[in-house]
Design a protein around this ligand. Sequence first.
Ligand SMILES: Nc1ncnc2c1ncn2[C@@H]1O[C@H](COP(=O)(O)OP(=O)(O)OP(=O)(O)O)[C@@H](O)[C@H]1O
Ligand SMILES: [Mg+2]
Length: 499
Amino acid sequence: MLPAKPSDRLVGDPLAQQARWLDTYRLDLRIAEQGRVISVGDGIAWISGLPSAAMNDLLALEDGSQALVFDLNRDALGAMLLRESSGLTAGMTVRLSGQTLNINATDELLGRVVDPLGNPLDGGGAIPAGVRQPLERPSPPIAARDFVHEPLYTGIKIIDSLVPIGKGQRQLIVGDKGLGRSALALDAIINQRGKDVLCVYVLIGQKRSTVVNTVDLLRAHGALDYTALVVAEASALPGLKHLAPFAGCAIAEYWMERGRDTLVVYDDLSTHAKTYRELSLLLRRPPGREAYPGDVFSIHAGLLERSTCLGAARGGGSMTALPVVETEQGEIASYIPTNLISITDGQIYLDADLFASGFRPAIDIARSVSRIGGRAQHPRVKEEAGRMKLDYLQFLDLEVFTRFGTRLDAAMERPLKRGRLLREILKQRRLAPLSIEFQLAWLTAFNDGLWDQQAPETMADALEQLRRCLTQSPLNLTQGREHWSARLAAEWARPEPAA
Ligand SMILES: Nc1ncnc2c1ncn2[C@@H]1O[C@H](COP(=O)(O)OP(=O)(O)OP(=O)(O)O)[C@@H](O)[C@H]1O
Ligand SMILES: [Mg+2]
């Protein structure tokens, strides 16, 4: 029983105040549910006595810990811990916080490293309050979406020419451990410098050293100014690892809704799926294929469906997603990779043999596709890349025969030679993104046969020479093919000035 206006007690004459207090005194019934922790461990808690709790409700525990309702049973509910104090024990009281999960989204997140609840992890100050953006929400309706129509350049030769990505596309990066999946995603982020694309890099279950290296690398390349990092380290609570991609998505959504182009990297969703499996098994949900719970597919589909290109009426923002997934022994038919392949708009497949042979980035062109990026590709790049791809695929077929020592007729020599040149051209160092003008220049030069007399080993120098030429007198995409062709031929005919 409480006074209706407790603040009244503090002002005016005490006796008059008391009278007023008695006048306004009303009996009021307040019901507050109070639950109790039954058991706790492995990042989850079993709780009894909260009959009105619903899925994804946030629970406040007596010691200040926080948990999220994840499983509802008749007599107890299972919750994943999001914050755990060392004093958390069975028997503690629990109440519904009345909130759903959200993250503080603001431009101040750029250059910062936060956990999936928005708490800074980089030792910097508190992040000023912005908009509370829900972690879970439905994807934009079809009427709000536009077709993917603008390219998002990664600066990587193979991707921009053969597996192009459009703004709003979901392109999976798939491959075994250590083949350069994160390197591709980081290169793509670094290439967004000065292109007005805001990036979110989500690191799920990675070592702290990897997190530190990633932040250092982004800083060294000036990419932190337009990038926010969401991190749930390997040692973080499984609940936080589970929420990390949703937090990253919510931040990107905040910018997308304000008409900005965004790029979000989920590194990686295999770890995410394993965390989800761990939580589900601990909460005794029935296991399905490879012991993953049946709803892991819809969890990932729900996440990736939120990436889109919004129509002009909704501000025209976009969220491009680069989810990363790990395979074992190159097996893309296993459960999580196949699921993700079916949800995304294409995949970039990294191959262990190519990596071992020194072809890096080790992208297997025959097994990589972009189902919608072609629509957003510049028509000139698309045309030149189409011709180049045919040459390369023909070369790969022919090369198989040369391995058996088959005698090939003289007409086959040229495609073989050009293919070998192409293989050298397509190699690219890390952290060396290339402009789309340069990409079109090398494609045109190759298709015009300007390098046909070149030895494959000298291709790296030839490309460097081309880059220098373009820096001195740039070409632009509005000039016609004849102009490009003539310029490149003239540059090539000119002797290289002595260094
Ligand atoms: N284009 C490249 N040229 C040369 N080396 C590369 C290239 N891309 C990646 N690498 C090297 O490959 C190694 C693995 O790269 P990275 O860590 O990106 O792979 P990953 O698939 O993300 O691995 P992990 O399984 O550890 O997450 C690194 O040493 C990196 O320097
Ligand atoms: Mg990695």
